[in-house]
Each structure stands twice: as structure tokens, then as C-alpha cells.
Design a protein around this ligand. Structure first.
Ligand code: UD1
Length: 417
């Protein structure tokens, strides 16, 4: 089992280009099976464990996939199967978006339930309800979902919560359904816009992505597309927090500033000097961070739940007390216990964490509890005095391309063993 060994106390300083977005590339790769007459080429794909598993799923389904650097080529002209076994489905939660893609392409699917996840129960009721509204017959038997979508039809539907994955499934299934589907109260995350842009590049007709109401006019056929994945906004926030926690300074390129608005304004509240220039952000950390009074996670454009753990780590070093309220995933505070081993002062009560800044953290043996929780430990370790050993880094590998190498180039003393 690999570990990260970090000797803290060195400022993160320098320039870095942010890699492509994990949460955009996964549904876009699933969408690529909707094209049956050409070869799609996707650029700026990060090298992540979740991407590798998604490629395995595509190959299992019958697509020919090649990967060269950050470019992935998908040829789905052969017959695409409708079956995904548990050993593939259960390795990543986002495998559920294959349900909508297979419903549209193969019209019949037998897919295992997606795995339970480290963030607590992650139900798929909204996905199932939306696809049923679109005319899919879905039966749940033992650990499998049996989907029959021979009669996909357009509809008007309203999600009871703007689920990102359910919104993606709706777009995937509805873009080949006859008629106009109107989906209300949908997710507005930038990754939804990226998926819509990719589908539209393939010939789909999706309007309104990025607002809470999407209109999808079904087309008969989708063709291959050449597409570049958007930058990873959560990876960007991670590197900004690394610099902020270590009294460092960083210039991040290849970002979309609007995607980072809530995080940048919080970093400014913490006392960081933040400057945005085109697709670049510069951050200079203060000598002492100040604690913002309250952070509340919310669907986009609110503060992202994925960045919550990163700020949890950062605020352990800020002067004052902050309250963080998590409204999306109930188990997002699991890194708090690990941060406490490093000297952090965090009190948990239901979905709230009260963080009281301490003068310094100390290195300790800790273990990543989930992807962003693992990144939080890296932020804390970079700022801590002494050496931190982080176990379970397979979680971190799910979402960060070359994290240790990048941090090392930015001045960190970090080794993967
Ligand atoms: C996506 C992101 C994840 C991010 C999350 C929220 C990917 C691969 N992952 O996850 O990084 O943290 O959005 O921004 O893009 N829910 C239900 N029933 C459902 C579906 C969801 O109750 O059928 C609940 C979930 O339990 C959770 C909330 O809705 O409490 C948000 O989930 P959702 O937006 O679906 O997140 P994901 O798409 O799984």
C-alpha cells in the first residue's frame, strides 16, 4: 500500500496548470457510447484511478478505447452491451451515469447497483424516478437494475433535489428520446454545462445547461466529436488552499475564474490576496489566516461540498472560530478525527463543525477517509511541523493527477512510498 510522507513547514510557491476535471470527464466518457458512427476524441483527461475504471467499463461494454497522454479516443461503433458487472460498477459512484447512456444507446441494460461510498448513503432514487419519467421500465432485483428503454419518450419532470448525477442521466437519456424534455430544478454545476457542450458537439440539442431548467430536444442520431474537458475546479481550490495554509504564493493557470467564485471570496476573507487575470489566479497567503465566521455548503453556485474538507483543514490554522455547515453529504466530516491527531481543534455536532484555529499543527500518522478528506490531510501536513504519514492514498488518487509531483515542484517535501 502506497503512502505519502510529507515533511511540513515549507511554503508552496510557484506556478501550476490545473488538470482536467474528474467530475466532467467521467460523464463525458459515458456519453461517448451514444455515438455509433465515428470516433470521439477527448482531450485534457486527467490521469486518475476513476478515469481508468471508466475506461475499463467502456471496454467491457464493447467500445475500443485508447489513451495517449491526456487524450482518450473512443470508438463505440460496434455493438454496445447493456451489462455492467458489480466489480466495475462498485468501484466508483459515478458509474451510475452509464444507466442513462446505456438506456439511450442499447435500450436494454442490466447493471449492478453502484457501490456504497465513503460519504455515507448515496441513494439513486432520483435517477430511477427521472428515467422512469422518460419511459424507462426499471426493475430492481437483488443487486441489479434491469432497464428496458425501448420506448424512451420526452417528458416534463422536476427533480426534488438538484442532483448532479441525476441531471446527467436525464440529459444522456433524453437527448435521443423523441420530442422535447423539460427538466426542472436540475443541477447547475459547471460539469453539467461541460456534458451538455459535449453532447451538443455530438449533434444533441440541449438548451439551458447551467440554469435550473434544461430543455432537451431529442435527435435521432449523434455523431463523433472532438472535445476538451474543462479545468478541475476542486483541484484548483486544493492547490490554492495548499499555498494559503503554508504562507505561500501560487499562480494557477488553466482555470475558469467564475467556477471558483465562492472559494476565492472565502480565501480573501481568510486574509489571502487573490487576483484573477483571464484564466489565471494568483494567491498570496497572509502571515496569519483569519477565520471566516460561517461556511455553508450548497449546490452550485453555492459553496461546493467537495471543497468543504479542504477549508476544514485550512481553518484549523486560522485565527478565530468558524462554523462549517454541511448540507449535501452527511459523512463529510470524517477527516476531522484525523486532523485532530495533528492538533486541530474541531467540535462536531450533527452536520456542523466548529473549528477553532490553533497556532500550529504537528505531523502525525493519519489515514485518508475519502478523496477530498485525503486532500485535506495533505494541506494540513504541508503546514504542520514535522513529518506526516498519510495512508489510504488510493482515495486521493481518485481525483488528483500527479499531486505529489506537482507539490514537490512547488517546493513541498513530499514523497510517495
Ligand atoms: C457529484 C460529484 C461529487 C459532488 C456532488 C455534489 C461526480 C462524479 N461527483 O456527485 O463530487 O460532491 O455531485 O456536488 O460528479 N441524492 C439522493 N438521491 C439520488 C441522488 C442524490 O438523495 O438519487 C442526494 C445525495 O445523497 C446527496 C445529494 O443528493 O445528499 C447530492 O448528490 P448528487 O448531486 O447526486 O451527487 P453526485 O452526482 O453523486
Amino acid at each position: 500500500m502506497s503512502k505519502l510522507i510529507i515533511r511540513g513547514g515549507r511554503p508552496i510557491k510557484g506556478k501550476l496548470a490545473v488538470h482536467g476535471a474528474k467530475n466532467a470527464v467521467l460523464p463525458i466518457l459515458a456519453a461517448s457510447i451514444l455515438c455509433d458512427d465515428g470516433v470521439s476524441v477527448i482531450h485534457n483527461c486527467p490521469n486518475l484511478r476513476d478515469v481508468t475504471i471508466t475506461i475499463e467499463i467502456l471496454r467491457y461494454l464493447g467500445a475500443r478505447v485508447t489513451r495517449a497522454g491526456d487524450t482518450i479516443t473512443i470508438d463505440a461503433r460496434r455493438r454496445i452491451e447493456g451489462h455492467i458487472p458489480p466489480y466495475l460498477m462498485q468501484q466508483l459512484r459515478s458509474s451510475i451515469v452509464f444507466m442513462g447512456a446505456i438506456a439511450a444507446r442499447s435500450r436494454k441494460a442490466k447493471i449492478s447497483m453502484p457501490g456504497g461510498c465513503e460519504l455515507g448513503p448515496r441513494p439513486i432514487d432520483l435517477h430511477i424516478k427521472a428515467l422512469r419519467d422518460l419511459g424507462c421500465d426499471i426493475k430492481e432485483k437483488r443487486d441489479y437494475l434491469y432497464v428496458n428503454s425501448r420506448h424512451l419518450k420526452s417528458t416534463t419532470l422536476t427533480l426534488t433535489f438538484p442532483s448532479v448525477g441525476a441531471t446527467e442521466n436525464i440529459m444522456l437519456a433524453a437527448c435521443l428520446a423523441e420530442g422535447i424534455t423539460i427538466a426542472k430544478n436540475v443541477a447547475q454545476e459547471p460539469e453539467i454545462i461541460d456534458l451538455a457542450n459535449f453532447l451538443n458537439a455530438m449533434g444533441a440539442n440541449i438548451r439551458g445547461a447551467g440554469t435550473n431548467c434544461i430543455e432537451i430536444e431529442g435527435v435521432k442520431h449523434l455523431h463523433a466529436a472532438d472535445y476538451t474537458i474543462m479545468p478541475d475546479r476542486i483541484a484548483a481550490i486544493t492547490y490554492l488552499c495548499c499555498a494559503a495554509a503554508t504562507k505561500g504564493s501560487i499562480e494557477l493557470t488553466h482555470i475558469v475564474p467564475e467556477h471558483l467564485e465562492t472559494a476565492l471570496s472565502l480565501l480573501a476573507q481568510c486574509g489571502c490576496r487573490v487576483e484573477v487575470r483571464n484564466n489565471t489566479v494568483l494567491l498570496e497567503a497572509p502571515e496569519t489566516l483569519s477565520a471566516p465566521p460561517e461556511i455553508v455548503t450548497a449546490p452550485y453556485p453555492g459553496f461546493p461540498t467537495d471543497a468543504q474538507s479542504l477549508f476544514l483543514a485550512l481553518l484549523t490554522l486560522a485565527e478565530g472560530t468558524s462554523t462549517i455547515r454541511e448540507t449535501i453529504f452527511e459523512s463529510r466530516f470524517r477527516p476531522a478525527a484525523e486532523l485532530a491527531k495533528m492538533g486541530a481543534s474541531i467540535a462536531l455536532c450533527q452536520n456542523c463543525a466548529t473549528v477553532t484555529g490553533v497556532a500550529g499543527l504537528q505531523g502525525a500518522p493519519v489515514a485518508a477517509t475519502d478523496l477530498r478528506g485525503g486532500a485535506a490531510l495533505v494541506i494540513a501536513a504541508l503546514a504542520a511541523e514535522g513529518t506526516t504519514e498519510i495512508e489510504n492514498i488510493c482515495y486521493i488518487d481518485r481525483g488528483y493527477d500527479r499531486l505529489a509531483e506537482n507539490l514537490s515542484l512547488l517546493g513541498a517535501d513530499i514523497k510517495r512510498i
